[in-house]
Ligand binder design. Structure first.
Ligand code: ATP
Ligand code: MG
Length: 343
């Protein structure tokens, strides 16, 4: 049985997941997280990066991870992703067309990016056959930094992808799943994707994250960040006493996130007139730990809303109850470990 290893290097936590199995069945071998030391991966100081590498080395040891080959994710804020329509053409012409599309659509000099693309599907648009292509431009400096840190930790980075792609894999959508909007809320960044018949058809990222929620509560109640986050987690958007006060403070930020979802839904139905409409929303990342958030979404958007749980969605075996209940925390790391079992 082959083992697979995913590492999620977040802004606050570093998480590792090791699975064992094959394409059809996987079980959990190991799963652990630690706090990110110092200022995290945005730092340019080699001292900070060595400290992160050392933390990873220790984590891998403590988690008893027996392979050094690892899949990792870059933060979506360091990667430009865009789905574009291109007329059907030869593979040779396609790479030129991709370059041109990237120049039009990516607001950064292409020389600073690692550019890649993936053909998603063919679609009839006004009687013409168009290719739908995912263009991904990752900041070369970040790719280099992540590879460096992982290598300094004694690991061999294999796949390096943008986080939302790992989250989508963690969610397990197939060609039979309803069209799904996924919203992954990180501390500084939120990504939204629409997945149709198991394939991405819309993807974008905004610089708004849960830190806005933390700051609002910290300011209003004069709390330290840790404490504010505890309150937010416990009370969420509930309507009871203390909960109501917290809910009032975080409402404006939740409303901005709802606005983004509405915009994405409108854009998607406008762009893909003949495609199916979105049937469900899946929440992952920090928003999903807010109690009552799914009901809040259902109420405001009138659409079925589910919290992502990669363990349950992939029926991963031998997951202890307390980890099974962490819902979305390990979505990225599980998605990364699952790269190795892709069909
Ligand atoms: N909804 C929330 N609002 C505020 N703080 C939260 C929320 N959810 C989690 N947190 C805090 O953030 C901490 C780390 O969360 P998480 O593991 O998602 O971070 P991360 O993966 O490092 O972040 P990111 O993926 O954005 O870089 C949690 O332990 C908790 O204290
Ligand atoms: Mg994270």
């Amino acid at each position: 049985m082959a083992s697979s290893f995913g590492i999620d290097i977040g802004t606050k936590k570093i998480k590792v997941v090791m699975l064992q199995g094959d394409q059809n069945r996987q079980s959990l071998k190991s799963c652990m997280s630690v706090d990110m030391p110092g200022p995290g991966m945005l730092s340019e100081s080699s001292f900070d990066l060595e400290e992160i590498a050392e933390t990873i080395r220790q984590l891998v040891k403590d988690a008893n991870i027996s392979t050094s080959i690892v899949n990792a994710a870059l933060p979506d804020s360091a990667v430009y992703s865009k789905v574009v329509f291109i007329p059907e053409m030869s593979t040779k012409d396609l790479s030129n067309a991709i370059y041109w599309e990237a120049e039009q659509n990516i607001p950064a000099p292409l020389a600073t990016l690692n550019l890649s693309y993936q053909q998603l599907r063919k679609r009839e648009v006004n009687g013409d056959t168009m290719l739908e292509v995912l263009i991904v431009g990752a900041q070369s400096s970040m790719v280099k930094k992540y590879r460096n840190v992982l290598e300094m930790a004694g690991l061999k980075p294999q796949t390096l992808e943008t986080e939302i792609i790992s989250v989508i894999r963690g969610i397990n959508l197939t060609s039979k799943s309803p069209t799904t909007l996924i919203m992954n809320v990180g501390r500084f960044n939120t990504s939204i994707v629409v997945v149709e018949q198991g394939i991405i058809s819309f993807i974008y990222s905004i610089p708004l994250g849960s830190v806005a929620i933390s700051r609002a509560v910290m300011t209003q109640f004069n709390l330290a960040e840790e404490q504010a986050d505890q309150y937010i987690k416990v009370y969420g958007v509930s309507n009871q006493q203390t909960g109501e006060k917290i809910a009032n403070v975080i409402q404006p930020i939740l409303q901005s996130l709802l606005t983004e979802v509405r915009k994405a839904l409108a854009y998607y139905s406008e762009k893909n007139k003949q495609a199916s409409t979105v049937g469900q929303i899946i929440l992952s990342g920090q928003l999903s730990s807010l109690s009552g958030i799914d009901v809040f979404f259902v109420k405001n958007l009138g659409m079925e809303t589910v919290i992502a749980n990669p363990w349950k969605m992939h029926a991963i075996e031998k997951v202890p109850k307390q980890i099974l209940d962490t819902d979305t925390d390990y979505a990225t790391a599980v998605g990364l470990a699952l790269v190795d079992y892709e069909k």
